[in-house]
Design a protein around this ligand. Structure first.
Ligand code: PEP
Length: 248
């Protein structure tokens, strides 16, 4: 399976900065087929711009969140069908920043994943433990609980999701999980997915948390790490392309 490298710009960017960043990435690729499948996830107002900049390019684009509801009186929300209307292929759901700052529960995250799938958008489902949970020996318990909620709701569509293991203590902190720590959790998630679908080989398991140009190769060399979800380093064209290049 070709690896998948997804960039999460978080709440960064402007029309001018996005254009410069995307142009630098496309120039850096130089028309070559990237070593990994690539996705960029932008803030909602910039999705249409991103779609335009990436038209006919090998880079797909995605949203950073999607509503758990189909449509209606949900002021400020963006539905999966609206994203799909613009040609959006991916949506991150359950990012730890959404779980932490917007009180998203496992059930909400599962419903978001389900809404995305129903509209033809691939959810990138984030799971991960906090530092306190890791220190209490609860890492497996937490990530399995988070993923089980999604599997329970999406059921026979489990093979169509992407899962990103993102230890909360490693996101934006510069502290990366060691390749061995990440692999250990990925193996657990792989087994959980294998028990839930007849096509576990279709599911990309991404690692995220301070992945950068220097540490990507050793993480991506692990047997159960099928790609990366990249925050900070996705805002620098050269770094992001180097990560993509490490995904062989
Ligand atoms: C993320 O936002 O999903 C992430 C992994 O961020 P960073 O790479 O900056 O740690």
């Amino acid at each position: 399976m070709k690896k998948l490298i997804a960039g999460n710009w978080k709440m960064n960017g402007s029309l001018a900065a996005n254009e410069a960043l995307v142009k630098a990435m496309l120039e850096g690729l130089g028309g070559a087929v990237p070593a990994a499948d690539m996705v960029l996830c932008a803030p909602a107002p910039y999705l249409a711009q991103l779609g335009g900049l990436l038209r006919d390019s090998p880079i797909a684009w995605g949203a950073q969140d999607v509503s758990a509801h189909e449509q209606g009186a949900f002021t400020g929300e963006v539905s999966a069908a609206m994203l799909r209307d613009f040609g959006c292929r991916y949506a991150i759901v359950g990012h730890s920043e959404r779980r932490q700052y917007h009180a998203e529960s496992d059930v909400t995250v599962a419903n978001k994943a389900q809404r995305a799938l129903a509209a033809g958008v691939t959810p990138i489902v984030c799971v991960g433990e906090t530092l306190a949970e890791r220190e209490a020996g609860q890492t497996e318990l937490v990530v399995k609980r988070q993923l089980a909620a999604v599997i329970h709701v999406v059921a026979h569509c489990t093979s169509e999701i992407v899962v990103a293991y993102e230890p909360v203590w490693a996101i934006g902190t510069g502290k990366t999980a060691t390749p061995e720590q990440a692999q250990q959790v990925h193996a657990v998630l792989r087994a959980q997915i294998a028990a839930a679908t007849q096509h576990p080989e279709r599911v990309h398991l991404l690692y995220g948390g301070s992945m950068n140009a220097a540490n990507a190769a050793s993480l991506l060399a692990q047997p159960d790490i099928d790609g990366g979800l990249i925050g900070g380093a996705s805002l620098k064209a050269a770094d992001f392309l180097q990560i993509v290049g490490s995904a062989r």
